[in-house]
Every structure is written in C-alpha cells, then in structure tokens.
Design a protein around this ligand. Structure first.
Ligand SMILES: [Zn+2]
Ligand SMILES: [Zn+2]
Length: 435
C-alpha cells in the first residue's frame, strides 16, 4: 500500500457519528484511502513508508476539519486588513478546512462577478472558501440582490451581516426568495434604532463608564421578529453571534414551535463580559454585538449545552493596529478569532465541563457544515481528507507575533489556553503544521 500521507497513533473522533477510537489513517490523492485498527500496521510495515510522509499523532485527536461559517476576509476593498489568502492561512492555523465569508466587502458580494473574484482567489488558498451573498444590493437595506444569480455563482447563504435588514417586509421577501433555493438567511440581529450610538453593552458598566450602550433588547426584538417571519414563510433563518439571554430564549422558543431557526455563538461571547472594559479599556474589547453581562454569558453556555445554539463561529473581523489605536468609542468593532477559537472552546467549554469534546467538535464542524449545506467530511474510507489534528491537553500562550492573520486585534493575546492545533490537512495537503 502506498500513501501520500500516513497518520499514525491518533485518537480518531468523528462528532457526527459519535465515535472515538484509536487508529492509523492512510491518505492518497486527497482522500482517506484506508483506516487501520490499532496494531494492524506494525512498526515494521510503518518503517517501509518514507519518513517525510508519516505524521505521528500520538497523544493527539484526529477529527474532520473544522468549519467556520462566519468570517470577514476583507477582500475586495480592504486588503490592508486581510486578503483571501491571508485569511485562509489564519484559518488553517486555527484548524479550519472550510470557511464561509461575509459579503460586507467593497464592493459588497452582491453580484456574480464578486463571488467569482473571491472564489478564484481562494482556489489555491489554504482553506476552502464559500461565499455568503448580500441580502440587499450594496447591503443598503433597500432593494433585494439578484439572489438567483448569486445562487448560480455558488453562494451558500445570504446575509447583510454588519447591518440588520431593518425593513420587515423586505426581510420577509428575502426569506421567501431564499426558500426557493433552500438557502439559509443569516441575520445580524440588532434593531438599528435601539442600538444607535451604542459602543458597548447598555448595563451597569456603561453607566459607570459614561459610555453610550446598546441594550440587550435591541438583539432580542430583532431575533423575535426574524423568527416570526421565518415561521410565516417557512424558510430557514440562522441567527449570527447571539449574545443575550433574551436572544437565546427567543431561539429556544422558536425551535420549540417548529420554526427552522439555527444559531451560532462566538468564542468571545462565551468567554468575556463587559466587566473587563473598565479594567482594560482595550479597544480589542469593542465588538458588535458587544460583550454582555455574566448572566448573558451563562445563557450562551446554557444554549450551547441544550442545543439551542447549534454551532460556534468566530466572526473573525480583522482591523489594523492604526484603526484600533484610538479611544474606545472611536475604534471599529470586531476582533480576529480564527486562531484562538478551538483553544477557547476547549478551555472554556470542555475544560470547565460544559460540553464533551465530541459535542464541542460537532459545533465546530458537522453542525455548521450542515446549516450551510456543505458536504460534511467524515472520518471514513473514501471521504475527502480534510482533517484537524490537535492536542486537547497541550497548553499554550496566545502570542501576537504568531498570528497568521494580517491583523493582531485580539483581546486574548498573552492568554493561556488549552488545546493546540498541531496539523491541518485540506484535501490531503498539509496546510498548517505547528512549529
Ligand atoms: Zn454581525
Ligand atoms: Zn460578522
């Protein structure tokens, strides 16, 4: 037997099937050619393979490649912040083999040409890239995009992320159109009138700091409206970055009522609260939706545990040092997240006993892939070899210098995390290897 790559001694976890077993994997022509039970490949047989083709995963987990369905790649328009290629390098370093990019670029991804431009840039990149098209032309919230054309060009969802589709009738029509293509509509749930001018969560902390706040109800109302519209139109709604008690409750209720609603949470929302802003005044704590209270953080974790929140997505939003190097209320909201996501999920969710490792992995691979209708890769012979190898017990410290993203805007720099990506493999090719 000849392989391009042989992974030995790994603990194989496929969250979609719930299995966890030891084994060796032979990869050939981008596919999982053979999975051997432990001991089937003797050291003598292994020694016949060329050394450079052997990956020893002893002590590590081998799992289907991670999938991030909420990434801002910034190209076209802001290549100084990120490019498709640099964003994909960052994704590979975070263990991701597929990502979906949001359409708030310049120009917006609201036409076939821009979809083709982004996908062509991604052809040889270190991660698979799927485009999300804009709901409205130029994301202005006024007129629907040519959704049919966008679907032909290969988009996997529509969203005006960064902005809420404030007009309910327009959102209703977007949901109706999307239903014809079985496309999820992703809502950035934030009533713009209630949220206007807010730079952080409206809470005790914003009052203390004298900063204008965005009330939690701005999210809750927006989520409730869109769930009602999804129910009315029998279409698929996906709630991005849910951050509030009320938002989680609304999704839980919507699901119980049979509405086709799914949701994601971002690692910073299950890790940090707005208490930290008074301590640090770090502009890397300015995100949208903002960091909320401890009660909200607990509600996110509760939602992840009971399945109300289906997946974890980073909302990777690069901003240059110059942009973030200003006073808190003038800094653009958003942080990078691709390279710290797995570490935060292991440290905060698995390490603290909220989720099992397979459940957490399902929320970072099988579930998000399912929501977006992507082929979800399995740990099976004949499947595409998209794999993430990580050591769940290895501790590491987040270092600014090590980020592959063009930007370093992370509030997690110098934080100690557990769970370290060792190797990422996409289509049988090693796209990242820890030094
Ligand atoms: Zn958003
Ligand atoms: Zn976003």
């Amino acid at each position: 037997m000849k392989f391009d790559l042989l992974i030995i001694n790994g603990k194989l976890i496929d969250p979609a099937f719930g299995f966890s077993k030891k084994g060796d994997i032979g990869i050939k022509d981008g596919k999982i050619e053979k999975i051997y039970a432990p001991g089937k490949l003797t050291p003598k047989v292994i020694s016949t393979f060329p050394k450079e083709s052997i990956l020893d995963a002893n002590g590590a987990v081998v799992t289907p490649g991670l999938v991030d369905i909420h990434v801002h790649l910034r190209e076209p328009g802001r290549e100084d912040e990120e490019t498709v290629v640099s964003g994909c390098e960052s994704a590979a370093a975070g263990g991701f083999t597929s990502l979906c990019c949001m359409p708030n670029t310049q120009p917006a991804i609201d036409n076939q040409e821009t979809v083709k431009f982004v996908t062509s840039l991604a052809e040889n990149a270190d991660c698979r890239v799927y485009c999300i098209g804009a709901i409205t032309k130029n994301r202005e919230g006024k007129e629907l995009s040519e959704i049919g054309d966008l679907v032909k060009a290969g988009i996997v969802a529509i969203s005006d992320d960064g902005d809420y589709v404030q007009n309910p009738d327009l959102m209703r029509r977007a949901l109706e159109y999307a239903r014809m293509f079985d496309l999820p509509v992703i809502t950035h749930a934030e009533d713009e009138f209630l949220a206007a001018g807010g730079v952080m969560n409206e809470s005790f902390q914003s009052t203390k700091l004298g900063m204008p706040g965005t009330p939690a109800v701005a999210e809750e109302i927006a989520v409730i409206r869109d769930i009602k519209l999804a129910g009315l139109t029998d279409s698929r709604l996906h709630v991005a970055h849910v951050s509030t008690v009320g938002g989680v409750e609304a999704i839980r209720r919507g699901k119980a009522e049979g509405v086709k609603v799914t949701a994601e949470a971002a690692p910073h929302h299950f890790t940090l609260t707005d208490d930290l802003i008074a301590e640090r005044f770090d502009t890397n704590l300015r995100v949208n939706p903002p960091l909320r209270t401890e009660a909200d953080r607990q509600a996110i974790i509760e939602g992840l545990i009971d399945g109300t929140i289906d997946c974890i997505a980073t909302d990777h939003a690069p901003h240059t040092e110059e942009e973030k190097d200003t006073v808190f209320d003038e800094a653009p909201p958003g942080i990078i997240g691709l390279e710290t996501s797995l570490g935060l999920a292991i440290t905060e969710l698995v390490g603290k006993g909220y989720l099992s490792l397979p459940d957490m992995l399902a929320k970072m691979s099988a579930n998000p892939a399912h929501i977006m209708g992507l082929t979800s890769n399995k740990l099976q012979e004949g499947e595409i070899a998209d794999l993430t190898i990580f050591n769940p017990d290895a501790a590491w410290i987040v270092k600014e210098k090590k980020f592959k993203s063009k930007c370093k805007n992370s509030p997690f720099v110098e934080r100690k995390l557990k769970g370290k990506i060792l190797v990422t493999i996409m289509n049988g090719r090693v796209t990242f290897r820890a030094k």
